[in-house]
Design a protein around this ligand. Sequence first.
Ligand code: PEP
Ligand code: MG
Length: 554
Amino acid sequence: MPEQVIRGLGVSPGVVCAPWLRFGSQLETSAKDPVGGSVAEELARVKEALGSVSEEMTARAARVSGVAAEILSMSATMARDPGIVAAAEKELTAGMPTAHAVHLAFESFCAKLEVLGGYMAERATDLRDIGGRTVAVLLGEPMPGIPEPGYPFVLIARDLAPADTAMLGDSDVVGLLTTEGGPTSHTAILAKSLALPAVVNCPDADLLVDEVPVLLDGTTGEVVVDPSPLRQRAALEQAAADQARIAAASGPGRTADGSPVQLLVNIGTVDDAVKAKSVDSEGVGLFRTEFMYLGKAVEPSLEQQTASYTTVLEQFAGRRVVVRTLDAGSDKPLPFLDLGTEENPALGVRGLRIGTVFPETLATQLTALARAGAATGADLWVMAPMVATADEAAGFAALARESGLRKVGAMIEIPAAALRAADLLAHLDFVSIGTNDLSQYTCAVDRMAGGLAPLLDPWQPAVLDLIAMVGAAGAAAGKSVGVCGEAASDPTLAPVLVGLGVTSLSMSVPALPAVRAALAAVDMQRCQDAADAACAARNPQVAREAVAAIIGRP
Ligand code: PEP
Ligand code: MG
């Protein structure tokens, strides 16, 4: 059979060749299945099944750490929710067979979450996953989820539930291929944090039948089905050479002709900071403070916040730490900030806008940061998320400086802010571009909508044009312009961003070595040529090809 090439979006770099296996799908249930014992007996079975799923999740949480452990613990708690038991009892009383009653109970809750959209809709994926596991226990069938064949394989799935992505590090999976999902999906972010090559949004993966090897390239998004031995050898030799080149680069970010480009890491918790301390980076380019408080019903006190921020800053003595004030709302709701129900939360009260509804919360956070900065003498930079106008930037800068903070900036995630970057910079010391939200708002696509992923691609020429405007404004003002969205971790895009005027890149820890090596291989002139070619392209695919022709393989 001739080789077949299918394509998706490369979201986590690396090349791998292994047989593929499909994710175990959910078991079907039906109202026509045979009914078991009495309602009381069947309810007891349901409770037992939920209990065993919850225990399994807790046990899995104990085997991993960080985000993965948090996701699994949350799933364990969901499986113990009395509301699920009550809903299942209602279905059993109505005469439904047991497994179907459980399926209906979970679906009723999922429907409610999906109506809310954003972060809450994503929780529906977690909940559906728990429902599927409970049904499997009741039917005595194997668990849906990641196969365990005992040999390395490329996992093919529609998109992965967070509970499954959380287990990837503990499995035989060596590469990921999904038919849906976008560059900012859980699958993409987790794959990157595990340094697992991944291609998402590849609908043709659904058509694969024979379990032959696939050669997957997480940088280009290309997947060769049943590659010839010659091609396999060439690709794996190339991958080994890439790895050696990446491992050889170290120290501060530089282009080949010595222009500095700070390479920083993204963190979300004190734990992340402790782990990132020994990484070869120039500091933190994005500390997502809201990540410490997701799921918390009570606002953290001034003392608690000061203590957390102090610990984070202590890890990076002598290095820069850019802290973002709470970016709550929409996909990241904080229970202690009740924003009521919004029709369209991504366009509602979120980011800096929270400060107008809860001014005390913003003031407390700024005070805590100033105290932590004073206590540690750290190179502390503080920025606001989701700033739209120069007046907002000026208002935030005044508040932050009154609180005693010296380096004050804003994130550029809204096209309005990019278009008027020069006006914003008049009040600020620096800006940092959040390409995840900038892509969402430029092409008007929900960043969680996997089906529309090509429109969320940061290689979209319109997004690159906006970044160019910010880069030019930064250069004119002599001020720092960072990128801290997922785009910063793409080694092919990094030289383009630098050519557009970006002076620092902040990314997940595993992405950093490949970006450092990519920059070290190109001089500033080629960065600028790559930037011109990318902006002149009519779509992301043409832009990638044009840039690859200039800088070669990253
Ligand atoms: C972004 O939008 O690119 C960003 C870095 O912020 P977040 O992903 O936390 O919204
Ligand atoms: Mg954002």
